[in-house]
Design a binder for this molecule. Sequence first.
Ligand SMILES: NC(=O)c1ccc[n+]([C@@H]2O[C@H](COP(=O)([O-])OP(=O)(O)OC[C@H]3O[C@@H](n4cnc5c(N)ncnc54)[C@H](OP(=O)(O)O)[C@@H]3O)[C@@H](O)[C@H]2O)c1
Length: 336
Amino acid sequence: MDNEVNLRVLLKSRPVGFPTEEDFQIVESSIPEPEEGEILVKVEWLSLDPYMRGRMNDAKSYASPVEIGEVMVGGAAGTVVNSRSPAFSVGDIVEGRLGWQSYALSDGSGVRKVDESLGPLQTSIGILGMPGLTAYFGFLDVCEPNPGETVVVSAASGAVGQIVGQIAKIMGCKVIGTAGSDSKVQYIVDELGFDSGINYKTQNVGEALDEECPEGIDVYFDNVGGLVTDAVMDRLNIRARIAVCGQISQYNLKEPDLAPRNFGILTRSQAKMEGFLVFAYENRYDEGLNMMAKWIKEGKLRYREDVVEGLKNAPRTFIGMLNGENFGKTLIKVSN
Ligand SMILES: NC(=O)c1ccc[n+]([C@@H]2O[C@H](COP(=O)([O-])OP(=O)(O)OC[C@H]3O[C@@H](n4cnc5c(N)ncnc54)[C@H](OP(=O)(O)O)[C@@H]3O)[C@@H](O)[C@H]2O)c1
């Protein structure tokens, strides 16, 4: 660790609307020493996720905001390089909420040892980590899909969406994805096996849905909210199920969008709309991880990663992800 420093990305100011790089501060500090009960992790991979935008606000949520001057929150994976905890040894490969920094101290809470036989280390914060588990439990538990049903998933080429669509195909469903570019639409159809895709930026989503699913929609896995969701809601079948996973179209608005007023659709279609958080399934994570690892080994589940080198690029890459510039799971390969 000679000549190395701890590079850290701090929250400098709370964004109004879309974040800018000026909302972050990159600092160098010395590599910390663990106290009794703590470990020091050299971070190799950092996951960038939409929920981090919410943590930049000083607003009530399911988790506390990042304070100004604190390290940005984030899932990361790396190697234990110093341990004063009986639960971890030097050399252990781990994953947890280690933050946007190249070295992280932790008391071990929320840190798990990674089984690298399941997949490469970075998958522990991707398909075999929080985003993959979100897709697995959100789709299978909340949406309760049946073979032959028609499923729509939004942000379909992203970290969560690409897995949802493939699990839907494994379950024998017809799957339509929405995404923000022609190349993303081509990818989900040609490489992931979705039945069709809609570019919501260039196509009329309602007309395209009428064409792609004339039989109506049984399941909607919603990652985005907004106009895409409005169009899906108008086309729900009787006893449809909607999983509200995320609403990324709303995260950077300066003023809240109009509240939904079309709940009569739920009455007419006797549909169920349910929000969920992946953390509620914590005691079943192993089930999801083992099943998805099996599907990957069998070639039934594929994943695309969007890797950017260097922690200094994390703010720019994060803002790009919120803008749809990522193509697949957004990851930072951390290096000083
Ligand atoms: N409930 C949970 O426990 C949980 C856990 C993880 C993630 N989530 C949610 O799941 C969703 C997807 O997360 P992810 O990690 O998989 O991110 P992601 O899809 O890999 O990246 C975000 C994508 O959102 C799309 N997007 C951005 N602005 C949009 C807009 N105005 N309208 C429509 N799409 C827009 C962009 O794709 P396009 O190019 O297609 O526009 C962008 O690539 C997010 O809403 C996130 O908050 C929820």
